[in-house]
Structure formats: C-alpha cells, structure tokens
Write a protein that binds this ligand. Structure first.
Ligand SMILES: *Cc1c(COP(=O)(O)O)cnc(C)c1O
Length: 388
C-alpha cells in the first residue's frame, strides 16, 4: 500500500522489537555475526547489518526507489556512485554549479583515474547535450543548486540521458526527499548528503544513495571495497531523525517562503534567490518538479552594508558552515563552501563576495525577522552617529 511522506518517515523499515515489544527499532551494534546456517553474511562494511538494512528501506521508500544504501558521508555516497559507473577512458558531463566538495573531487581526483569530464556552460538541457561525447557515460546534476538555488529540468535531463544511453545522477540534498523525488521524472541515481535535511539537527554526518536494484548492486560492489559505511549507532540516530523530516522540512519551506517574501520587499536588500519567489528564473520549472520550494535561499545586501559585519551582528541566526538544521544559519559562500574554487570560477557561477546563504530553520518567522532588522540597524554604514 502506498504511504504518505510522514508515514514513510515514521514507520517504513522499522525493526519490530519481538523480544521486549519496545516502540522503536532496537540497535544492533555487533560487528561480528554468525557465518554458519545464515542467509546473509553480515558485516558493517557490507552495508547489511540489521539497522543499516532497515534504514536503507526507509530511504528507498522516501525516494520511490527499489533500493538504497547509507554511507559514512555525502561525499562517500557521491564518490562511490560516480566511480561505480566510470572507468579509465570514460567521460562525464557535470552541471556547472555543483556542491564545492563534488567539484573538488572531480577536479582533484579524476585525472588520476583517466576519467575525462566537462562542466556545462549553462543550465539549459541543451547545455548538457552539447557536452556529450562518444565516451560519455554519466550525466550529473544538482537542483536546487548551491548557493544560487538554480533549477535544472529533471524530465529533460532524464530524456537526454536515455537518448544517449547515459546514467543520470542527481545530488538531491538541497530539496530533500520531502520536496523532490527525481526518480519520478526518470533520473536513475539519487544521492543525498544525509548530514543535511535527513539528519536535520547538525549532529550527524552521513550519506545516502537510492536507485534500481541493479544499479545499487553495482554501487555496492565498489562500496564494499572503498569502505565508506556508517556506524550502526549513527544509522540508528539517523532513523530517529528522519521520523520528523517531513514535518521539519514542511515547516522550513513555510518559514523560507515567508522570509524570502519579506527580504524581497525590503529596501535594504539588493536581491533574493529563492525558487519559491515568482521573480526567480527557475520558479515555473520548480513548480512542475518540486512539492515544496525548500528551506534554502541566498541574498545580497545593498551597498550600505558589509555582508560579514551583518553576519556578525546577527544574534539568533548563527554564522556556521553547513545547513539544513532546525536552527537558522547563514554563511558566506566566498569564505566557506566556494572558497577553494577561486574568484574566477565564483564569478563564472554568479557568486558575489557579498552573497549570504541562508538556511532557514523552524524558529518563529517573526523572531528571525526581528534578528535581521536589529543586525541591519547595527551595521548600516554611516549609521553609527544616529544609533543610541
Ligand atoms: C554537504 C553536501 C554534500 C556533501 O556531504 P557530506 O555529508 O558533507 O559529505 C554534498 N552535496 C551537497 C549539496 C551538500 O550540501
């Protein structure tokens, strides 16, 4: 029977505690299991302990996939998935605006393995098709992207991949499975940094991949050799976190929409990038492929403000790396996530030094607005004399 999102979050994959009839999945911490008279040889690095398998079922259900696997980090999930489908002599087409870690993995490592790659010039489907070569095997996208929340057309990319016999992969972290299910649009491999919305409390580092049984078997064959599994204790914590993912993310969607509209109308704010705003270039497309517009946005202050002074003046909203926790946070992509790609590539991607990325939490929106207002007042240039 097909279940709704909050029911999947709460129940799918749970381990029934037959012995004590407890309400939640028991935690099995064994790293050693019987090898005689058993169906499965269990071992944490084989991704098949009871808790790992239970959580994998939940993630597969969340992404409308046949199967899934949990990894020790988002980058373990991304690197293993990419290398499972690429070998020396192959080529991959990647979206130009990607998470900094993925961009660095490709740029720093692929030449060692003899894998060729091209980043697209733009984000239109034809920009992807233009880069496809004879030896292209994979097409990799990220939507909404970091930090400008650009939207890539899932349906069009899936069709291009099928036409050319390529495996399509998506980093679905920013949307979370609550807001976007790329498999429904024909994308084959869906990857998450579970450190973000799945964990949701800024206290778990994990990754996940969902796809067909056949694709997951191929990813597993490499994963067991690379060894990027997640400890069962963290798997168990992640199961607990995901129980509230539906309600958390929906609250974050609502807060972000409210905050985006407020910032967009604000005289001191130059620009807001949020796919839920009608003026966002990806808004119409987002409406066709997302169930909600997400909790992430970016904005630029006008010339009267220094972005880093503003961030320091915030009291409730913390300046921290990372995103997607229940607490609201801001960061400067230039100083953090996109520091390593350098000024030229940042300019190419449209990331200004004053850009502030905002991960909206579940606090009351009025309190977030009050915090932004007090920080704006405190740091406006030339306002010192008039401040009491
Ligand atoms: C954080 C993040 C990653 C990497 O995940 P880790 O868990 O830090 O390894 C990948 N993609 C996106 C979009 C992210 O935000």
């Amino acid at each position: 029977m097909k279940k709704g999102i909050n029911t999947i979050c709460t129940h799918v994959g749970e381990i029934h505690d037959e012995k004590f009839k407890g309400a939640v999945s028991p935690l099995y911490m064994s790293t050693s299991y019987a090898f005689d008279d058993v169906d499965i040889k269990r071992y944490p690095r084989y991704f098949n302990t009871p808790n790992q398998m239970a959580l994998s079922q939940k993630i597969a259900a969340l992404e409308h996939a046949e199967a899934a696997m949990i990894f020790g980090s988002g980058m373990a999930a991304i690197s293993t998935s990419l290398l499972a489908f690429l070998k020396a002599g192959d080529h991959i087409v990647l979206q130009k605006t990607l998470y900094g870690g993925t961009y660095n993995f490709v740029n720093e490592e692929f030449s060692k393995y003899g894998i060729a790659y091209d980043f697209t010039d733009g984000l239109d489907p034809q920009d992807f098709e233009a880069k496809i070569k004879e030896n292209t095997k994979v097409i990799f996208i990220e939507t909404p992207s970091n930090p400008l929340l650009t939207i890539t057309d899932l349906d069009a990319i899936a069709k291009i991949a099928k036409k050319h016999g390529l495996v399509s992969m998506i980093d679905n972290t920013f949307a979370s499975p609550v807001n976007q299910n790329p498999i429904d649009f024909g994308i084959e491999v869906v990857i998450h940094s579970a450190t973000k919305y799945m964990g949701g409390h800024s206290d778990i580092c994990a990754g996940a991949v969902a796809s067909t049984e056949v694709n997951m078997e191929r990813i597993f064959q490499l994963a067991k050799n690379l060894g990027g599994s997640l400890s069962d204790y963290t798997v168990w914590l992640l199961e607990r976190s995901i129980k509230t993912m539906g309600i958390r993310v929906k609250a974050q969607n609502a807060n972000a929409q409210h905050l985006a509209a407020y910032l967009d109308a604000h005289s001191e704010i130059e620009r807001v990038y949020y796919p839920g705003l009608p003026n966002h270039p990806g808004h119409e497309l987002a409406k066709t492929q997302m169930n909600g517009f997400g909790g992430m946005m970016s904005f630029e202050l006008n010339a009267d403000y220094d972005a880093s002074e503003f961030q320091k003046a915030l009291q409730l909203i913390k300046s921290t790396m990372s995103l997607a926790g229940v607490e609201s946070t801001v960061l400067s992509p230039t100083q953090t996530s996109h520091a390593l790609i350098g000024p030229e590539e940042r300019k190419n991607q449209g990331i200004s030094d004053g850009l502030i990325r905002f991960s909206v939490g579940i606090e009351e929106p009025e309190d977030l607005i009050a915090d932004i207002e007090q920080a704006l007042q405190k740091v406006k240039r030339g306002s010192i004399a008039t401040t009491h």
